[in-house]
Design a binder for this molecule. Structure first.
Ligand code: ZN
Length: 175
């Protein structure tokens, strides 16, 4: 599970799934402020069979958070490890090991009705990221043609296979 580690405020005021010239949702024409919760949760629901964590409890938890999301900062996603690059050890935390990584896809901003796809936020990667990819200690190295991504912090939890309700409540509270 990943939450964007760069909570920059630059996109906070960006209108999300608004039609171009007004405050209406481009799908249902409802007047919206930033995010059309009803249309977006329907889109999330349509994608539920396209991913799985392999753990029913985690899947339900992520699905629930998606249906309840009131804006793009509340969206939790399951990210397969093969979408992460330059995974680098950072430190031992109190509940597990912390790593830095680049997530190739970036977090969801909104649904793009015209392109019928999710709009995601990624930033251009640097030459240094490609140099780092060649170093020992960087797992899942960045490939030459990969030029955009989103920097994230990962925590590898002890016994995460035995994930329980208290832990999921803790995650939910921190959203
Ligand atoms: Zn709508």
């Amino acid at each position: 599970m990943i939450k964007d580690s760069q909570n920059s405020s630059e996109n906070v005021e960006t209108p999300l799934n608004k039609s171009e010239n007004d405050n209406q949702c481009s799908e249902c024409n409802q007047i919206i402020t930033l995010w059309c919760r009803s249309c977006i949760s329907k889109r999330f629901q349509q994608d539920f069979d396209k991913w799985t964590s392999g753990n029913e409890r985690i899947d339900e938890f992520i699905q629930g958070s998606k249906l309840e999301a009131i804006n793009n900062y509340n969206v939790m996603e399951w990210v397969p490890y093969n979408r992460l690059r330059n995974v680098q050890y950072f430190a031992k935390g109190c509940s597990g090991t912390i790593y830095y990584a680049i997530w190739l896809d970036g977090n969801i901003q909104t649904w793009n009705n015209k392109e019928q796809n999710w709009e995601r936020r990624t930033d251009p990667l640097k030459e240094l990221d490609h140099e780092n990819a060649k170093k020992v200690g960087f797992k899942s190295p960045l490939k030459e043609n990969e030029n955009r991504g989103c920097r994230v912090t990962l925590e590898n939890l002890k016994d995460s296979s035995k994930i329980h309700k208290v832990f999921l409540n803790k995650v939910s509270f921190s959203l």
